[in-house]
Design a protein around this ligand. Structure first.
Ligand code: ADP
Length: 501
């Protein structure tokens, strides 16, 4: 790569599609973003229109590439990172999706998963995949499409359809239908991939009744995936990385050594701890998953997933209309000297790690006539910190040692009040990096590794720079009181099952 060339990362997230150009020092040069419409056909269902995702992808890529031309720079390579688990099936001949993308948050298969979830099945699934039987992962979403969309199962069995997470679908389109591939991190989120032998697993496929012929080939996260089709952009560009968004963020946060840990606070929150070349199977409800696979060598991580983080703030804005922008929550929370005993449990789509309860729903405890937007905003921000605490405790228990610090990123970490409270509740140092777009940075870095700009994974450590650290500054008794209040709230919530479940 010459000094004049750049790396382009495509970050296809849950709420937006972004293209970000980085130079070889990891500095962000150009960004374009398009919001993505959330489709809620009925309660608990969440879909995206794959055509909208494709059109937004082409638009943000064209705009960034055109700006690069204006700057006299050349994009050498593209890296793709994506919302994970979200499932698309499309026709191999026409490239047309047979149904909308079913989003990771979608809970339509929760009853089907509950019915499958006995201890023998859980053991079988966890041993091979490191995951748990949950609607969150792709397998039950694929089965739902095969069973509920007319003619799809037959066409799938006849080899006319392709399945992919969003990375695969976009690669297929970008290469004009030449490449049907995914990477090991995305594969590891499907419930169909054996994380030990790195292969699609026949037993898992028959458990979920999914024909193997629809699956993409699995490659290393940093490798040659294809080249953009002629005529799509001014020049054809190589695609040298594909990686799930949380794994990309961990790389962008330079979590490339055993024991390093990051948390990304976007729509949901995902904490990943690098565990090196050995998969650690959690006793505390955490997932075992691929951190990345490079040169055929898998590196593993332990993951804790919180389903509702920034989406709770989005709900305050768009659902309740309590605020007009997410950043208002900072001033509102700051205006209170305590939480006044109010606890919001944001189980809008059930509870993720370490509870794994897909049938509970959210609630607010402690309301009084005095409760207003400030109290609700603060309770929403606090809830994300308590859920992080639950996961950190589970990680410490699995690791057998205390965690000393946490690297954070994602939209919510723009909120200083939130980050300080997080440090207070976790009682550890929390570090926010200068480049908050760690997801895109991770994908760009892997693409640079694939194209030869960087020589080894550890080079990313020189690109990571801290913005500021946050250290705990809360009274110990107060902290314990807040944590006890949260524990009580979760316990009470799990005793309640809504009638319509
Ligand atoms: P994703 O990649 O999942 O689309 P982002 O990392 O872009 O998410 O973060 C967006 C989320 O962060 C939104 O859900 C939004 O409500 C939340 N958010 C953004 N700014 C703030 C803020 N200042 N305070 C609290 N939450 C915020």
């Amino acid at each position: 790569m010459t000094k004049k060339s750049y790396i382009l990362a495509l970050d296809q997230g849950t709420t937006s599609t972004r293209a970000i150009v980085f130079d070889d020092t990891g500095s962000q040069i150009i960004t374009y973003q398009k919001e993505l419409k959330q489709i809620f056909p009925q309660s608990d269902w969440v879909e995206h229109d794959p055509e909208e995702i494709w059109e937004a992808t082409v638009e943000v890529l064209r705009r960034t590439l055109s700006d690069c031309v204006d700057l006299g720079k050349k994009v050498d390579t593209i890296g793709i990172t994506n919302q994970r688990e979200t499932t698309v099936l499309w026709d191999k001949k026409t490239g047309e999706p047979v149904y909308n993308a079913i989003v990771w948050q979608d809970q339509r298969t929760s009853i089907a998963c509950e019915n499958l979830s006995n201890s023998d099945n859980e053991k079988f699934i966890s041993k091979k995949t490191g995951l748990t039987i949950s609607p969150y992962f792709s397998a039950s979403k694929i089965s739902w499409i095969l069973d509920n969309v007319d003619g799809v199962r037959k066409n799938a069995e006849d080899g006319r359809l392709a399945f992919g997470t969003i990375d695969s679908f976009l690669l297929w389109r970008l290469t004009g239908g030449k490449a049907h591939l995914t990477d090991a991190t995305n594969a590891s989120r499907t419930l169909l991939f054996n994380i030990h032998n790195q292969k699609w697993d026949e037993d898992l496929l028959s458990f979920w009744r999914i024909p193997k012929v629809i699956l993409p080939e699995v490659r290393d996260s940093s490798s040659f995936f294809g080249i953009t089709k002629s005529g799509l952009f001014d020049s054809q560009i190589k695609i040298n990385s594909m990686v799930g968004d949380q794994q990309a963020a961990a790389i962008g946060q330079a979590c490339v050594r055993n024991g390093t840990i990051k948390a990304t606070y976007g729509t949901g929150c995902f904490l990943l701890m690098n565990t090196g070349d050995k998969p650690i199977i959690s006793n505390k409800g955490l997932l075992t998953t691929l951190a990345y696979r490079i040169n055929g060598k898998p590196t593993y991580s332990v993951e804790g997933s919180i389903f509702s983080a920034g989406s709770t703030i989005q709900w305050l804005r768009d659902g309740l209309k309590l605020i007009s922008s997410a950043s208002e929550t900072e001033e509102l929370a700051k205006s209170l000297s305590s939480n006044k005993g109010i606890y919001l449990v944001p189980a809008f789509t059930g509870l993720g790690a370490p509870y794994w309860n897909s049938t509970v729903r959210g609630t607010i405890f402690g309301l009084t006539l005095e409760t207003g937007p400030a109290e609700i905003a603060r309770a929403s921000l606090e809830a994300v910190t308590y859920q992080s605490y639950d996961i950190i405790k589970a990680m410490e228990s699995d690791l057998g040692q205390p965690i000393q610090s946490l690297q954070i990123d994602g939209g919510m970490t723009d909120n200083d009040w939130f980050v300080q409270y997080l440090s207070n509740i976790l009682n550890i140092k929390v570090a926010r990096p200068r480049v908050l777009e760690t997801t895109a940075l991770g994908a760009a870095f892997l693409a640079g590794l694939g194209s030869g700009l960087y020589s080894k994974l550890e080079d990313i450590e020189n690109l990571w720079k801290i913005d500021r650290p946050f250290c705990p500054n809360i009274d110990h008794t107060k902290r314990l009181k807040y944590l006890a209040g949260w524990k009580q709230a979760v316990q009470k919530l799990t005793m309640y099952k809504p009638d319509n479940m």
